[in-house]
Design a protein around this ligand. Structure first.
Ligand code: M6R
Length: 628
C-alpha cells in the first residue's frame, strides 16, 4: 500500500508528482506529500487526508528545481497525520517508502542512542536518518543506499534523493512494486505504471532486490552489492484515458458497466471459434519468463498446457478478498466440469497452515493487482516445494505474474475503484474457460458439452448488459435499503460465493453489517438474526438447487425478514415471497455468477453513495495490499 512517485526532468516536478499521485491515490489516502528541490534544498509540503488537501496547499507554490518525490500514504506505523506524512527529510536526504521495516524498534532505539531526533512515528523516517548519516561524510547517495540496505528487514520499497546530487534518484525494491520509465529527457519512477503512462509506454519493472540509480536522463539497475543487472523493457498497451471516469460519478460505477466487455476480453483469446472448443493461448508453462510469452509458438505452448491440464491430480486455489470468492466459484467449476479435486484457501491462512501439496498438484493464484503480499508468499511457498503455479492476474508483469509458471490474463483494463468489480467477472470467465479446457483434456466433457457451455459463456456479456439496466432501480431503492439494520446474503452452489461477495461489497463500501452465508446453513444460526429490520438478499437463480433455496426463503418470510430475491426470468414463487425481485436472464449454472454479481454490486454501490461515502476510496482500505 502507499504510492511512491519520483521525477527528474525538464517539466515542473509539482505537476508530474501531483498527477502521478492522483493515479496512485487508490493505494492509500491517509495523507500525501511532496518534496521538490528549490534553491538547492528540498521544499516539503504535506497534508493529512485525501490528495485534494495537498493539492490545495501546493497550488500557489513555486519550485525552481527539477527533481522531486511524492507519496500517498496508507498508515502502518503511526496514525494518519501530517507529522507522519512522507516524504521524510533528514540532513539533506528526502525519502518516500512503501512497506514495513520489521526491525524498526531496534533501529529506532539505536539511532535514538546516537542522538537522532525523530519528527514522526513512522518506520520510514529512520531510513532517512540512516541514509543521512551515510551521506554526511560526502558519500554518494547510491553508495549510502547500498550501505543501509543490509540493515533493513521486511518487505519495503524506497525512493531517495539528496540535495547534494540534484541529478540523481536512487530506489530499491524488496516487495512492493516499483516501475521506471524514460520520457523526453526525463525519468519517472512510480509504484504503478499508471503514473508513467502520460510520459511513456515503455517501462521497466524492478524485481525484488534490485537497486535503481537514475542519473540525468539515464538509469541503471544493480544488485544490492552494486553489480550491474540487465534491463528488460515492457511495452504497455493501456492508455491514460482508461484511467478517467468518462462521465460516471465514480470509477466503481464505470467499472461495473465495463464488466460485459471485461468478460468478453478475458475469454476471447482462449476460444477456438471454428471448432467451438477451448484452446488456451500462450499460457507459458515452460517459458523462461513472462517477457517471452508473446514470442512462444502457440501450438507448442498449447501442447505444454494440455500436458499440465491432463496430468494434474489436485488443484489448490489461493487468493484474498474478492479474488478468493472467485476462487470458490472456481472450485465448483473445476470439480464438476473437470472432475479434479480442488481446495480453496485464503492466502494468509494457506501460507501458514503447512499445507500438504502432493506431487502433480497445480496451485492457481488469483490476484487483480498481482502484488497482494499473502498471495505472493503462498505462490513462493508452493514453488519452493516444486508445485507448478498458474496465475490469474490483471496487471501484467506484476510480481505474481512474473513469478508464476503459467499465466492467464483477466484483460479487464485498469481497475481503479478500491472495490474489485470487473476483475472478478473476468476471473469467473477465465475459470469457466479453464474448467472447460481441463474437462476437455481429461475427457470429462464431450465435445458437444464443451460447445454448449462455451456458447452460453459467449452469450454472457450481452446478458450482463440487460442486468445492468437495474442500475436505475437500485439507485432509487437505496434510500429505503439503507435503513435496514443489516443485510444477510444467501445462496447455494456457485451462488454461495456470490453471497459472500455481496456482503463484502456492502461492508467495505457502506460500512454496514452484512454477512454472506450458504443458504443451507441458515437454520444453524443466522436465522436468529432475522426480524423486520433485517434485509435478506437471496440468490436463487434457476438451477438444480433452487427448490431448496426457495424453502429457505419461506423460512425467512415466516420470520418477517425483508427479502430481495434474485432469480431467473419471471418466477412467480420468488415474486410472491420477496419484497423486491430482480429477474436475471436464463443461463446455465456456470454463467449465473456473472449475472447475479451485478445486482449485489449495484446494491452496495448505491447504498454507499446514498450514505454519502467515498465509494472509490472506502475508509481504512487500499487497492493493493502489499503488506501482510
Ligand atoms: O489484487 P488482489 O485481487 O490480490 O486483491 C485482493 C483483495 O485485496 C481485494 O479483492 C479486496 O478484497 C477488494 N477490496 C474487494 O473489493
Amino acid at each position: 500500500m502507499c504510492g511512491i512517485v519520483g521525477y527528474l526532468g525538464p517539466r515542473d516536478p509539482k505537476d508530474v508528482l501531483i498527477g502521478g499521485l492522483k493515479s496512485l491515490e487508490y493505494r492509500g489516502y491517509d495523507s500525501a506529500g511532496i518534496a521538490i528541490l528549490h534553491r538547492g534544498e528540498f521544499k516539503r509540503i504535506r497534508a493529512e487526508g485525501k490528495l485534494l488537501n495537498l493539492e490545495n496547499k501546493v497550488k500557489n507554490e513555486e519550485f525552481d528545481g527539477h527533481l522531486g518525490i511524492g507519496h500517498t500514504r496508507w498508515a502502518t506505523h503511526g496514525p494518519p497525520s501530517e507529522r507522519n506524512a512522507h516524504p521524510h527529510c533528514v540532513g539533506g536526504v528526502s525519502l518516500v517508502h512503501n512497506g514495513i521495516i520489521e526491525n524498526y524498534s531496534e533501529l529506532r532505539e539505536e539511532l535514538g542512542r546516537g542522538g537522532a531526533v525523530f519528527s514522526s512515528d513512522t518506520d520510514s523516517e529512520l531510513v532517512a536518518h540512516l541514509l543521512a548519516s551515510e551521506t554526511k561524510s560526502g558519500r554518494p547517495l547510491f553508495e549510502a543506499v547500498l550501505a543501509v540496505l543490509p540493515r533493513l528487514r521486511g518487505a519495503y520499497s524506497i525512493l531517495a534523493v539528496s540535495q547534494e546530487e540534484p541529478n540523481v534518484m536512487v530506489a530499491f525494491k524488496n516487495g512492493p512494486p516499483l516501475v521506471v520509465g524514460k520520457g523526453h529527457h526525463e525519468v519517472v519512477i512510480a509504484s504503478d505504471v499508471q503514473a508513467l503512462l502520460p510520459y511513456t509506454k515503455d517501462v521497466v519493472y524492478l524485481h525484488d532486490h534490485e537497486v535503481l540509480v537514475v542519473k540525468g536522463e539515464e538509469f541503471k539497475l544493480t544488485a544490492p552489492d552494486g553489480k550491474p543487472l540487465p534491463i528488460k523493457t515492457v511495452h504497455i498497451n493501456w492508455s491514460p484515458e482508461q484511467a478517467e471516469k468518462c462521465g460516471y460519478p465514480h470509477f466503481m460505477l464505470k467499472e461495473i458497466f465495463e464488466q460485459p466487455r471485461a468478460v468478453a476480453a478475458a475469454m476471447a483469446p482462449h476460444i477456438d471459434l471454428a471448432l467451438k472448443a477451448v484452446k488456451l493461448q500462450r499460457v507459458g508453462f515452460g517459458a523462461s519468463s513472462v517477457e517471452d510469452l508473446a514470442t512462444l509458438k502457440a501450438d507448442q505452448d498449447w501442447a505444454a498446457t494440455q500436458r499440465v491440464l491432463s496430468e494434474t491430480e489436485r488443484v489448490f486455489i489461493v487468493a484474498c478478498g474478492t479474488s478468493f470468492y472467485a476462487g470458490m466459484i472456481g472450485e465448483y467449476l473445476l470439480e464438476r466440469l473437470a472432475g479434479v479435486p480442488v481446495e480453496v484457501d485464503i492466502a494468509s491462512e494457506f501460507r501458514y497452515r503447512h499445507p500438504v501439496l502432493p506431487p502433480k498438484s497445480l496451485l492457481i493464484v488469483i490476484s487483480q493487482s498481482g502484488e497482494t503480499a499473502d498471495t505472493l508468499a503462498a505462490l513462493r511457498m508452493a514453488k519452493g516445494s516444486g508445485t507448478k503455479v498458474l496465475s490469474i492476474c490483471n496487471v501484467k508483469s506484476s510480481s505474481i505474474d512474473r513469478e508464476a509458471d503459467g499465466h492467464l490474463y483477466m484483460n479487464a483494463g485498469v481497475e481503479i475503484g478500491v472495490a474489485s468489480t470487473k476483475a472478478l467477472v473476468a476471473t469467473i470467465a477465465l475459470l469457466n474457460i479453464l474448467a472447460l479446457a481441463m474437462g476437455q483434456e481429461r475427457r470429462q466433457l464431450k465435445a458437444a458439452e464443451v460447445k454448449d457451455f462455451l456458447e452460453a459463456l459467449q452469450a454472457a456479456p450481452s446478458q450482463m448488459e440487460t442486468v445492468l439496466a437495474y442500475n436505475q432501480w437500485f439507485s432509487e431503492a437505496a434510500a429505503t435499503l439503507k435503513k435496514h439494520k443489516g443485510f444477510l446474503y444467501m445462496g447455494r452452489g456457485v451462488s454461495f460465493p456470490v453471497a459472500m461477495e455481496g456482503a463484502l461489497k456492502l461492508k467495505e463500501l457502506a460500512y454496514m453489517h452484512a454477512e454472506g452465508y450458504a443458504a443451507g446453513e441458515m437454520k444453524h444460526g443466522p436465522l436468529a438474526l432475522i426480524d423486520d429490520r433485517m434485509a435478506v438478499v437471496m440468490l436463487a437463480p434457476q438451477d438444480d438447487l433452487q427448490e431448496k433455496t426457495i424453502s429457505n426463503l419461506e423460512e425467512v418470510k415466516a420470520r418477517g425478514g425483508k427479502i430481495i430475491a434474485v432469480g431467473t426470468g419471471e418466477d412467480p414463487k420468488l415474486r410472491r415471497l420477496s419484497e423486491h425481485y430482480v429477474a436475471l436472464p436464463e443461463a446455465p449454472w456456470t454463467v449465473n455468477p456473472l449475472l447475479e454479481v451485478i445486482p449485489v454490486q449495484l446494491l452496495a454501490y448505491h447504498v454507499a453513495s446514498s450514505l454519502g461515502h467515498d465509494v472509490d476510496q472506502p475508509r481504512n482500505l487500499a487497492k493493493s495490499v502489499t503488506v501482510e
